[in-house]
Design a binder for this molecule. Sequence first.
Ligand code: CU
Length: 154
Amino acid sequence: MKKVKHFLAATLLLSAGFAWADVAQAEEKIDIVVNRSPTCSCCGKWVEHLKQNNFNVKDVVSDDVQAIKDKYGVTQELASCHTALVNGYVVEGHVPAKDIRTLLKNKPDVVGITVPGMPSGTPGMEMGSKKDAYQVISFDKKNQHQVFSNYQAE
Ligand SMILES: [Cu+2]
């Protein structure tokens, strides 16, 4: 009888351990540095979106975000408002938190990902129920672009 009890206790502990590991993985905090200009309100909203999705945001307010874009090879056609850095990747514009997690998980050989411009309905650019179709684009060192993910209009 005693043996059975021990076995049960061990099984319970083991499954609790696994459950805890699952939660820890889903809840893992991600450090990200966001460079934005002081006058950008949609950038502030995107920072809020990240925080709500368990990102640890270092919010850097800068008068020269363009210099950061130049430094990391974010060209005019790729550019948006804010420029973030996470685990060596550049994240430009209103990229959903979900895509950043996918990027960090799959670790593709790219410089970063971007949502160029500021489409309505992206995180931080909510305009009521209006949602433009938009794409998250990845770019590499040779400035080659690829569609990273696709969002439909709503
Ligand atoms: Cu913006």
